[in-house]
Design a protein around this ligand. Structure first.
Ligand code: GCB
Length: 606
């Protein structure tokens, strides 16, 4: 019913966008079975006639908007509704797509009481062509039901436990057990758009670039929904000047004078050069222009050896960050001020890389990575996969999530690597065949980038999945989850373990997480865990060993985490995870200055 959304909506002379984001009406279905909304068909009448509604901003998570603990921890269906008009000009036979940037997790959408699409999965876009459902001369009603329940076959997986002992628990008591260390924020997290295309239109483009000393080659492949029209393609440089031209649905444009897309460094101002591929659909009978779509891209290559990560054939060392989409009040809702602030801080740090831990980030975030030259490890929501999550239903869903992710991000120069999972049970015997298939599906969808997964607490001699990846990513918390506070073990233990991963599989290694929880304002001398002083010592102890290994097979380091973030309640989570080098409000802890000193000085050496 929905399509694997391909092109990002962009306005042009032949396309318009109407953003439906704003204050919507909202109601959570607190009925014990959570399906009163379906029994009473809440999509058939205005939501306000079904019961009490509250205002709810879109995009935003709903969890932290109110003072109601039941809504914060709600599991089940919630209902959203908004009204809008469609301009009379739009009833001229053009297509009108209704597109959600994402909603967490299962979503059903009705337009004027008619179901128009369903989607499963929390962090990727979905859309449907809906022009025939719209009313002229009246308001249109959009109703959306979203369910955040995680099950053994969702990504991320989770389970529900019912407590039936009524002497200890109230009637109907249950808990959602999630297998990941971040709060299961829910709702409509990204903008909801209506966008138009002409009835014949450009529906997809794939761009692959390569270069040698004399020229750059831009291979493109267009899909057009048209029986007769032709496509004319122009390459525009960053100043908007046409520098290349070709005709036809696919082709190669050769540029003899070209600029490469380079990762961000403070010392070099020519990073992240972006071109635009301008696609024009022309009627073959009349010669008139039918549709125009403009796709940004960069010329860059990515390769790996057993000891180097190569971007444009030059060794790249990742000065990186693990991150989350997470902030006060809005949870995981897209927030442009936050996005701008985060990039400003990452650039201030001198960082050049991040991982979309642990799910695909908003397109608004990815756009800035392309523009600012951040190298991205693009991770799917395969976080916390255990033995009971390796069945066929999970596998099929995992494969389709990877295809959706590649379809969304395949033209982004920032993305150099796909990560199919974070800390799965990679030593499980079923993990080998499962991930072999997920990884090969990913490679079929995109053969131009690297594929990896991120290793959790695991033993190199038992691992079943590393043979299939291009690069080894490992998370380590020595002197934190083991030998707590003993900074003197870090150098020895990291070196020993990373050496063995490298020796066993003869592949480059990225240390994809290391960090210590730190409560802003806590101090101690000598330093002890949870203080700001300890976090500095802890990170520095890692840096000493990274400096040895980066001359060998280590190709990146990624501190966990950029900022503090919300988690489920737990005895080791005092109002969330505090491993941020910034607070959740994006103010620095002393460790931010430690990382900055390091990244700025290492960045200028490259
Ligand atoms: C990890 C996980 C990450 C957690 C982190 C921690 O290994 O990948 O999601 O937040 O450890 O702080 O425990």
């Amino acid at each position: 019913q929905w399509c694997e959304c391909l092109l990002q909506p962009k306005e042009s002379e032949h396309r318009e966008i109407k953003d439906l984001s704003g204050m919507w009406k909202f109601r959570a279905d607190y009925s014990p079975s959570r399906d009163k909304g379906f029994q009473e068909k809440w999509y058939q009448s205005p939501l306000s006639q079904t019961g009490e509604i509250i205002p709810m901003p879109v995009p935003s998570s709903y969890n932290d908007i109110t003072a109601d603990g039941a809504l914060r921890d709600f599991v089940g269906w919630v209902w959203y509704e908004t009204d809008f008009y469609v301009s009379k000009d739009w009833f001229d036979g053009r297509n009108i797509f209704l597109r959600f940037g994402s909603a967490h997790y299962n979503t059903i959408v009705w337009v004027n009481t008619v179901e128009v699409m369903r989607h499963s999965g929390g962090h990727l876009p979905f859309e449907a062509e809906v022009s025939k459902y719209f009313l002229h001369g009246a308001t249109n009603r959009l109703t959306v039901a979203v369910n955040n329940t995680l099950t053994p076959t969702t990504l991320p997986p989770g389970t529900i436990t019912y407590k039936n002992d009524t002497s200890r628990y109230p009637e109907g008591y249950f808990t959602q057990n999630i297998q990941m260390d971040f709060f299961n924020y829910a709702g409509i997290h990204r903008p909801v758009l209506l966008y138009t295309t002409p009835s014949q239109y450009i529906s997809d483009v794939t761009i692959v670039t390569r270069f040698n000393e004399t020229a750059a080659y831009i291979h493109y492949n267009v899909e057009a929904q048209s029986t007769s029209a032709v496509v004319v393609t122009r390459v525009l440089n960053a100043d908007g000047k046409a520098v290349g031209f070709e005709k036809g649905l696919s082709g190669v444009i050769v540029l003899t004078n070209y600029s490469l897309w380079w990762p961000y460094t403070m010392s070099n101002t020519t990073y992240a050069y972006l071109y635009t591929l301008e696609l024009t659909l022309i009627s073959s009978s009349e010669g008139s222009v039918i549709d125009i779509y403009r796709q940004p891209f960069g010329i860059r290559t990515v390769n790996v050896t057993n000891k180097q990560l190569l971007i444009n054939n030059k060794p790249f060392y990742c000065l990186g960050l693990g991150r989350h989409e997470d902030s006060d009040i809005r949870g995981k809702g897209v927030d442009l001020p936050l996005i701008a602030r985060d990039y400003s801080l990452m650039r201030w740090l001198g960082a050049n890389c991040f991982r979309t831990s642990h799910y695909p980030y908003a397109e608004e975030i990815m756009d800035e990575a392309d523009r600012f030259g951040f190298v991205v490890i693009d991770e799917c929501p395969g976080v916390g996969i255990k033995s009971n999550n390796l069945g066929n239903v999970s596998l099929e869903h995992h494969k389709s999530v990877m295809r959706e992710l590649v379809a969304r991000d395949k033209n982004r120069p920032s993305v150099v690597m796909w990560s199919v999972a974070n800390e799965p049970v990679s030593a499980d015997t079923n993990a080998g065949p499962y991930f072999k298939e997920v990884i090969s599906t990913t490679r079929q969808a995109d053969s131009t980038r690297l594929v990896t997964f991120v290793i959790g607490p695991s033993d190199y001699w038992k691992d079943q999945v590393v043979p299939y990846v291009d690069i080894i990513c490992v998370n380590h918390y020595y002197a934190w989850y083991s030998d707590m506070g003993h900074i003197e073990v870090i150098g020895l233990q990291i070196k020993q373990d990373l050496d063995m991963w490298h020796k066993t599989f003869n592949k480059s290694v990225i240390l994809s997480e290391y960090g210590a929880d730190t409560i802003s304002g806590f101090h101690s001398l000598p330093t002890t865990s949870f203080t700001e002083d300890f976090q500095v010592d802890y990170l520095k102890a890692h840096h000493t060993v990274f400096d040895v290994l980066r001359n060998d097979y280590l190709v990146g380091e990624m501190v966990w985490n950029f900022a503090d973030f919300m988690t489920v309640q737990g005895v080791n989570r005092p109002y969330g995870n505090h491993k941020g080098i910034f607070t959740r409000q994006r103010q620095p802890k002393p460790a931010a200055f430690t990382i900055r000193n390091r990244y700025v000085s290492l960045g200028t050496q490259h």
